[in-house]
Design a protein around this ligand. Structure first.
Ligand code: ZN
Length: 128
């Protein structure tokens, strides 16, 4: 039986990919410092920026999240609100996209760090 969280759970909670315990972000998502990350894991001291400019690629993931959101909201508006005016589509998609920006940015960074960050999970680093 595993005493530590799964990779998906740790990524969902935005924990360090190496120890799955230390938090990637020191502040809450909805605040002025939502983008501020720890430079290294507060628990195992893994460097959260493997190379300079590493998180530029997260911008593309955020874009994909927003494109998916626009697709889903547009489909739902079309099906359940009888194809409203184009301003409604744009307003709803833009409003939700802006509102979800902190969450999208953080999950983009977590996804990037877990997939391309090059860190392997070390169970010995997870506190007992
Ligand atoms: Zn760590």
């Amino acid at each position: 039986m595993a005493r530590y969280p799964s990779k998906w759970k740790a990524m969902g909670q935005m924990r360090c990919p190496r120890c799955r315990y230390g938090k990637m972000f020191p502040h809450r998502a909805y605040g002025t410092r939502f983008m501020t990350m720890h430079e290294e894991c507060p628990h195992c001291e893994m460097d959260f920026e493997p190379e300079t400019g590493f998180y530029w690629a997260a911008m593309y993931i955020t874009y994909a999240f927003n494109a998916g959101l626009a697709l889903v909201t547009s489909t739902l508006l079309y099906l359940f609100f009888n194809n409203p005016a184009i301003e409604v589509y744009v307003g709803v998609a833009a409003g939700l996209g802006l509102g979800l920006t902190p969450i999208f940015v953080r999950y983009s960074r977590a996804l990037l760090l877990y997939t391309l960050g090059g860190a392997k999970f070390n169970p010995r680093l997870y506190p007992r």
